[in-house]
Design a protein around this ligand. Structure first.
Ligand code: NAP
Length: 293
């Protein structure tokens, strides 16, 4: 199959936005003497979580944002995590708090997220931010959905009047993305598909843009999209691959080869959505620091 789709370069867009953020950080420091601070709470030592946290800290350093890692053992009790959040909520040098998910099964992720002060909720996951986003109030937009909107715009597509199909209805990707896409300033018509959708192709074949966030490789294939459509692949799946030094390779939720032969533009995995998620986290942290400067 021949690849005809343009590759949407998430790394390039992230680089451009991070340069803008770094200028904003420097300007805030020069004008108000404030250095944006992000605290990252990591519970346990899940390798994927450790690598996400490392990437976030590196990105912070490059943008001039101070990051602080609070590392707790996998055996940490919920009360210990809540105490750590309480302390960060009161810490004036910390403007953003992020809890790396998933948390151990013994801990309620909901209770932990709910404990973050909404004005420091740079992931946009607390009920206060989620509710504000739903009604269109000023708030921190969740990083992955916000980054996806930026990527679609970067691909050259004007979303107004377009049909967007979102596959997946999680609270961190699918649902908030569907809300953002249907906001008046974006003005897309949105269809939200999930495991209860009997035949997704009925919808995806009509879509101008398909965003797949199912967490399952092969959820979207070329035969399911219309020629020229934009495909945003959010999925990050590790497939065993003994030929790779780490013993695995990363694939998305879309079958890249068949989709790239039909789509007009497509994001790669890695190098598509991932860099934008981290970038929008930096964006929100700078925003949080500006609000409290
Ligand atoms: P999640 O919480 O597991 O939700 C997956 C959603 O997809 C659910 O709503 C599920 O439907 C739906 N789904 C699963 N299989 C499906 C299928 N075959 N057909 C239709 N719908 C299906 O996952 P998530 O947190 O949203 O993450 C999704 C993927 O994105 C994961 O691979 C994750 O690693 C990745 N991700 C990447 C980034 C990034 O920065 N690149 C950020 C966040 C997430 P039901 O509700 O009916 O079960």
């Amino acid at each position: 199959m021949q690849q005809t789709a343009k590759i949407i370069d998430g790394k390039l867009l992230a680089q451009n936005l991070r340069a803008e953020i770094a200028s904003g950080v420097a300007a805030l420091k020069a004008s108000k003497g404030v250095v944006p601070g992000l605290a990252v709470i990591l519970v346990g030592d899940d390798p994927a979580s450790v690598s996400y946290v490392t990437a976030k800290e590196k990105a912070c350093a490059e943008a001039g944002i101070a990051s602080r890692e609070i590392r707790l053992p996998a055996t940490a009790r919920e009360s210990e995590i809540l105490s750590a959040i309480d302390a960060l909520n009161c810490d004036r040098t910390i403007h953003g708090i992020l809890v790396q998910l998933p948390l151990p099964c013994s801990v309620s992720a909901k209770a932990v997220i709910d404990a973050i002060a909404p004005e420091k909720d740079v992931d946009g996951f607390t009920p206060v931010n989620a509710g504000k986003m739903l009604i269109g109030d000023d708030c921190f937009l969740p990083c992955t959905p916000h980054g996806i909107i930026k990527l679609i715009e970067f691909s050259g597509m004007d979303l107004r009047g377009k049909h967007a199909v979102v596959i997946g209805r999680s609270n961190i990707v699918g649902k908030p993305l569907a809300v953002l896409l249907s906001r008046k300033e974006v003005n897309a018509t949105v269809t939200l598909c999930h495991t209860g959708t009997p035949d997704m192709s009925l919808f995806t074949r009509q879509a101008d843009v398909v965003i797949v966030a199912a967490g399952r490789p092969g959820t979207l294939s070329g035969s399911m999209i219309k020629p020229g459509a934009v495909v945003i692949d959010v999925g990050v799946n590790r497939l065993p691959d003994p030929s790779r030094p780490k013993g695995f390779r990363l694939v998305g939720d879309a079958d890249f080869e068949s989709c790239a032969a039909v789509a007009g533009a497509i994001t790669p995995v890695p190098g598509g959505v991932g860099p934008l998620t981290i970038t929008m986290l930096l964006w929100n942290t700078l925003e949080a620091a500006k609000r409290h400067a």
